[in-house]
Design a protein around this ligand. Structure first.
Ligand SMILES: Nc1ncnc2c1ncn2[C@@H]1O[C@H](COP(=O)(O)OP(=O)(O)O)[C@@H](O)[C@H]1O
Ligand SMILES: [Mg+2]
Length: 398
């Protein structure tokens, strides 16, 4: 898929932007704080309805709207899928009577977020992603979730439900501890949590199994065949194919090659939640479930987060990101848009060359940089260069 046209109104420091996109890679070039990242953020937001940076949509609206009675920001993308189908996707954020609203339109018709999931798909690669392997488990869960939620509506809905139900259940657990709530009330929340959680666990297991193959291939290439990458899914609640699942500390993680369906997981997960109720009430928290899942990356069977060098960990992340592109293509028939924020400058020459070569001609790519001389002459000749200055785009070439 590719974006043909993008229009931004009052999004971050873009008061107004109207621009057509070429299919060749677009290099967004400019000094710091000019709006390069914000442009990628706009595309990411159109794809996921979330910002990768902020949890408050308010921050996305241009400051010049601050004193306006009805502040708003609007993002519109015209997208063409691999099969040639045209879509117009529009998101308007507005503040009305102190209430924040998000209006989504697809080809002019009002839609819910979940209806437009997958219309625009992106893979975002940030400099901080290079620390994905050594970073916190939450970042690796987010990696799985943003990828899956873009291509799988069921997963998207399950994730949304899970994230909504969890705090409510935890609040109830604390009320019960203070003798202000009843244990029976837990049944309702447990049922929701189990349904959503089981879809998430099954989805992650399948995702990692499918991803591993491409990740392995890219990693093999990047290391000249000297290293083997494996993915290890360590769900906090580990269902077993035979049923009767329980919290397991099996170091091998979940068997990625033996698919378990959400229906298989549900009764086991429900049983586990009941078994640990007393402890959950004491601690005021839900103790097992996908919110505590772990994904580990192993290089030659050693945990890269614990024992790998920084370079090895980075190579693994690159392999993972390239695999993410291929996985989305395999799952949906369409390559996502690739957004690379300042990543190229962070890579050494060999990794840089491999990345640019692998994405060539496959996906629409936008990459940001403060310097142009990090790219080869040959690369510069087949890309578009846009200069970004104070929320304005000037097309220099391409
Ligand atoms: N809501 C907003 N309204 C106006 N400007 C904003 C808003 N949010 C952030 N900015 C500003 O937009 C500028 C562009 O930031 P960014 O896209 O991160 O720049 P770059 O990636 O080019 O370094 C920054 O100066 C930032 O302070
Ligand atoms: Mg930036």
């Amino acid at each position: 898929m590719y974006i043909e046209h993008l229009s931004l109104t009052n999004f971050r420091n873009y008061a107004r932007l109207e621009t057509t996109f070429p299919k060749i890679p677009i290099v967004l070039f400019g000094a710091n704080a000019q709006g390069k990242t914000s442009l990628l953020e706009a595309i990411y937001y159109l794809a996921t309805s979330r910002s990768p940076y902020t949890t408050s949509d308010r921050q996305l609206i241009h400051w010049r709207m601050q004193d306006d009675p009805t502040p708003f920001a609007r993002l519109v993308a015209e997208i063409v899928s691999a099969s040639g189908v045209y879509h117009q996707l529009e998101i308007t954020l507005l503040l009305e009577n102190q209430r924040f609203k998000k209006v989504i339109r697809h080809n002019g018709m009002d839609k819910r977020v979940m209806d437009v999931v997958g219309l625009l798909k992106v893979v975002l690669f940030l400099p901080q992603d290079l620390a994905l392997v050594e970073g916190s488990p939450a970042e690796r869960r987010r990696f799985m979730d943003t990828t899956l939620a873009q291509v799988d509506q069921t997963y998207y809905q399950a994730l949304e439900l899970y994230e909504r139900v969890m705090p409510q259940r935890n609040a109830l657990l604390r009320r019960i501890a203070e003798q202000q709530g009843s244990i029976q009330e837990l049944d309702y929340w447990d049922e929701q949590l189990v349904q959503a959680g089981s879809v998430i666990i099954a989805g992650r297991q399948q995702f990692l199994r499918e991803l591993e193959h491409d990740a392995q291939r890219a990693h093999y290439d990047l290391t000249g065949g000297s290293e083997t990458l494996t993915l290890q899914y360590l769900p906090s609640f580990q269902p077993t194919a035979e049923g009767k699942g329980q919290l397991s500390f099996d170091l091998l993680g979940m068997d990625l090659h033996r698919q378990i369906s959400p229906e298989d997981i549900m009764p086991q997960f429900a049983e586990q939640l009941v078994a640990e109720r007393a402890e959950s009430i004491r601690r005021g928290a839900t103790l097992s479930g996908p919110h505590r899942d772990e994904l580990r990356l192993l290089i030659n069977t050693r945990d890269a987060g614990l024992y790998g060098s920084r370079g090895q960990a980075r190579t693994a992340v690159m392999a993972l990101k390239l695999a993410e592109l291929e996985w989305m293509k395999a799952r949906t028939g369409d390559y996502p848009i690739l957004l690379l924020d300042e990543v190229i400058a962070e890579l050494d020459k060999a990794r840089r060359a491999y990345l640019l070569e692998r994405i060539d001609g496959k996906t629409q790519t936008l990459l940001t940089t403060t310097e142009l001389d990090i790219f080869s002459q040959a690369f510069m000749e087949r890309v578009a260069v846009w200069q970004i200055e104070a929320g304005q785009v000037t097309k220099l070439s391409g």
